[in-house]
Design a binder for this molecule. Sequence first.
Ligand code: HXC
Length: 286
Amino acid sequence: MFTPQTLEGKNILITGGGSGLGLAMASRFAELGANVAICGRNLERLESAAEQIQKQGAKKVAIYAVDVRDYEGVGKMIDYFMQELGFLNGLVNNAAGNFLCASEDLTPNGFKSIVDIVLHGTFNCTQQLGKRWIQNQQKGTILNIVTTYTETGCAFVLPSACAKAGVYALTTTLAYEWGPYGIRCNSIAPGPFPTEGAWSRLMPNKDFQQRYIKHHPMGRVGEHIELANLAVFLMSDLAPYINGECVVIDGGERLQGAEFNQFMHFVDRSTLKQLFQTMRPSKKDS
Ligand code: HXC
């Protein structure tokens, strides 16, 4: 279905592109002809990601260290990427934060941190780039990574559920409002695609992992390339009339209910809370 030219002429920014699913998407985009720009908070991680993407035969890869919570910083990053790569015409809002915590134990700052990264970060990148597109009468494509629990909510990830529901609303709102400018805005709702960043925060231990996979209708987690290929399709000119859509890719997992709801039935509540405590990174790890 795809050729090495599928994304030719695309200059795509992927937030959180230095690791995990962001890096998988960036690598695949590069392999199929795009120039890619990746950002994240950790410069070293971005440098090694850029090296990896180059090996996929990328024409141009640019990196920039920024926290997507910083609106002005995001603006400077976009100007930098435009200088390095030419006009950006694609954006994947992938940067996210999440952790497991009983809602009654959350601190206000814990709630705020996730909403700031996920919802405000998505707004910051989308609006900073979108206003440049509109000003310059350029078309563009936006892809937001949401979750399968945007509609249902999900136990133990309240801030993420609230923030991702907001990102979903941002997607559908802008699909309509910016449609007349030739800007498409879609989302992908992935199920379980293990990455170090996500699973260290969301999968308490091996036992939980085994039970979780056993409950999955297909009995397996997703492969990164499966998600990356869907992202390619939505970002490409193969999908020019898809706008305001959310495509679920989870092997049918959502049909059994929200992702982490089932944890409640694995062990009692106080054991769960203890497990969540053991998963908290020390300050130096985060
Ligand atoms: C309870 C926690 C916590 C935890 C942090 N906090 N971890 N509370 N349980 N496990 C609280 C802190 O105590 C603090 O509140 C506040 O959150 C901010 O924490 P900091 O470490 O100071 O913040 P920061 O350095 O900005 O780090 C943000 C982070 C961190 C989100 C907490 O984990 C991070 O950088 N994550 C980025 C990567 C990530 O999360 N990837 C997974 C995405 S997966 P107080 O009150 O003490 O100051 C994903 C998939 C969704 O989103 C779909 C599911 C399948």
